[in-house]
Design a protein around this ligand. Structure first.
Ligand code: ATP
Ligand code: MG
Length: 265
């Protein structure tokens, strides 16, 4: 991290989370979620360590986005635990949840950016609303963040005037604005051509190296998962049917797993 970002992040007024020794950044136990009669998550267990990237794979409609929304606390599970740095988030006060959320960067599947704000204002938004960093310093920090994703020349543009790949880059810069220790990305390469997808993957790898976050990346792009994640979890019919390295999924004898791997490869 460079000097400006380091100084700025030190000034961020956030109550320090109790990072109990050995508590993983993200731990999920026995997570259940249904919408009416439709059971979406049926007993999910997941742990993500610091510096680790987990890819969550699965067909459309299997509950990948729901899982991320539960981890952020935007959706309540029916049963189960979600612990962030050892703190169970279900049922906690909203002020406390907001404090925890400030250390989580996320990129939504849709509407990665605020349409009515410029690129620069989008990245400045979390800093403006969650910190007391003075304007000039904030300006420098936004510049650094946009530079780190290769978007420093488009500060004044509106989201509608930049490409999908560029929007994802800006969304990544905004997700990193509060120097998160957990990063959640929902389909960061969906809808992008293979070359742009590859560039976004490289960028994610670079950012992970620089920030050593615990990351969860939802994707149905196997190539992308292979590039950016050390561990993959495949969601199917409410459960994680397999979890392991890419090679483990490739050599699995399970019928669904091997079909999934063949179809997308
Ligand atoms: N708020 C909601 N109310 C009712 N049903 C919902 C709600 N949110 C999600 N669902 C349902 O839950 C299921 C899982 O949705 P989710 O968005 O998590 O899928 P996904 O795995 O992210 O799919 P995709 O790959 O297409 O993004 C879907 O059938 C969806 O219709
Ligand atoms: Mg989704």
């Amino acid at each position: 991290m460079n000097g400006v970002m380091e100084r700025a992040s030190k000034r961020i007024v956030i109550e320090q989370l109790e990072k109990t020794n050995g508590e993983p950044p993200v731990m999920i136990r026995g997570l259940h979620k249904a919408f009416g009669d439709q059971v979406v998550l049926n007993g999910i267990d997941l742990t993500v360590a610091r510096g680790e990237t987990l890819a969550v794979l699965g067909r459309s409609g299997t509950g990948k986005s729901v899982l991320l929304r539960i981890i952020i606390g935007l959706e309540k599970p029916d049963a189960g635990e979600v612990s962030i740095h050892g703190q169970e988030i279900n049922g906690i006060k909203s002020a406390r949840l907001n404090e925890i959320r400030r250390k989580m960067g996320f990129l939504f599947q849709q509407a990665a950016l605020y349409d009515s704000l410029t690129v620069e204002e989008n990245v400045a938004f979390p800093l403006k609303h969650n910190t007391n960093i003075p304007e000039s310093e904030r300006h420098d920090l936004v510049g650094q963040l946009l530079k780190s994703v290769g978007m420093e020349d488009d500060l004044k543009k509106m989201p509608s005037d930049i490409s999908g790949g560029m929007q994802k880059r800006v969304g990544l810069a905004r997700a990193l604005a509060l120097d998160p220790d957990i990063l959640l990305l929902d389909e960061p390469t969906a809808g992008l051509d293979p070359i742009t997808s590859g560039e976004i993957d490289e960028l994610i790898l670079k950012l992970q190296k620089e920030h050593a976050m615990a990351s969860i990346v939802v994707t149905h792009d196997l190539q992308s998962a292979k590039t950016i994640a050390g561990r993959l979890a495949l969601l199917h019919e409410g459960n994680i049917v397999i979890e392991g390295a890419f090679a483990d999924l490739e050599k699995s004898g399970d019928k669904f797993v091997s079909e999934f791997m063949r179809r997308d490869n």
